[in-house]
Write a protein that binds this ligand. Structure first.
Ligand code: 2RA
Length: 342
């Protein structure tokens, strides 16, 4: 079985990663198309050993594909995903546009693969927010073992989460410190070079930011509505790779040694946890990797049945493009789509 695939937003950082990962995992592709807004018409992107020329989103005939990997932002997704789904293909959307829609499953394949069948209502599957994905991959096996009551998480999110403009801003401001170029913040609210900013996405009425809210509501939708989550999301001057400090309170006892063994066996997780200099993973080391890395596992005696750990993942890969491609693999494995092509 092979599939006809379109990548919408193919010129963006995540779109390019989607193409790279489709090739890396050897996804069974019959035809592949790069699609983008008119301003990227004709731009070339690479796939395997060839180049694809971007086609115009407004003109593209989506009835000729089986799967659409969409990373073109929330506004484009709101305007297009439902229309595309009605033409036949399943849209796997990386934006926040559909994540909380009750008729759209929000999927992390290691956590809630069975939800894939719910995509039939709108032919849309939502890819969760990057900071949620890596956290729930780690929480799922621990929840199965001892039932999580509450999670307190602080994030250290790379500028790649804000797209190419975020990466350019860190680069330009870093150069400016040495007298080379501009310093004015544009994408971020304060200087990001040599600084940290406790603000990602817009503020909500209760004082939390939307990024913090997403971590709560998405975890409930993907993993368990009874889990309480409190997040503080922070942008840090790291180009790629999100880190999280996670404290978990369980209903039942689970000590650090058991948790370490459970996580070692869990899909999508690599445990690197030596109590010595450098015996942990930093974001620099996770770039390009598929796994979510767990380090610094400790009992947290400040609450009953408490556990703390450090969690690092490539936000452009597991936090976006890789998770989307793994959803496409799940569609294939479960036989959700019947492509017209053999
Ligand atoms: C960020 N969560 O890091 C966003 C990207 N999805 O800003």
């Amino acid at each position: 079985m092979t599939y006809r695939v379109a990548v919408v937003g193919a010129t963006g950082a995540v779109g390019r990663e989607m193409l790279a990962i489709l090739e890396e995992v050897d996804f069974p592709i019959k035809d592949i198309y790069a699609v983008a807004s008119r301003k990227s018409l004709g731009v070339e992107v690479s796939f395997a050993n060839r180049t694809l020329r971007c086609e115009d989103l407004e003109q593209f005939d989506f009835s000729k594909v089986d799967i659409v990997l969409m990373s073109a932002g929330g506004d484009v997704s709101k305007a297009w995903s439902e229309k595309i789904g009605k033409q036949g293909p399943i849209v796997i959307d990386n934006s926040s546009a559909w994540r909380m829609d009750p008729d759209v499953p929000l999927i992390v394949p290691e956590v809630n693969p069975d939800a894939v069948w719910d995509c039939k209502k709108k032919n849309i599957i939502a890819n969760p927010n990057c900071s949620t994905i890596q956290m729930v991959v780690a929480l799922k096996p621990l929840h199965d073992a001892a039932r999580i009551k509450r999670v307190v998480v602080s994030t250290y999110q790379s500028v790649a989460g804000a797209g190419k403009a975020g990466m350019d801003e860190l680069w330009d401001q870093t150069k400016a410190v040495y007298g080379l170029g501009e310093t004015e913040p544009k994408k971020f609210t304060k200087p990001i070079a040599f600084n940290v900013i406790p603000h990602i996405d817009v503020f909500m009425e209760d004082g939390q930011t939307k990024e913090e809210w997403k971590m709560k509501v998405e975890t409930k939708k993907i993993l368990d509505p009874d889990i309480e989550v409190f997040a503080t999301c922070v942008r840090v001057p790291v180009f790629v790779g999100h880190s999280e400090s996670i404290n978990v309170e369980f209903e039942n006892p689970l000590d650090e040694a058991e948790a370490r063994e459970i996580l070692r066996e869990a899909p999508g997780i690599a445990v690197v946890d030596k109590r010595e200099n450098g015996g942990y993973v930093t974001p620099k080391e996770c770039v390009g990797e598929f796994d979510t890395f767990i380090s610094r596992l400790r009992n947290d005696p400040s609450v009953p049945n408490g556990l703390a750990f450090w969690c690092v993942s490539d936000n452009l890969r597991k936090g976006a493009a890789l998770n989307a491609v793994q959803i496409a693999q799940l569609l294939d494995e479960r036989g959700v789509i019947t492509p017209v092509t053999a």
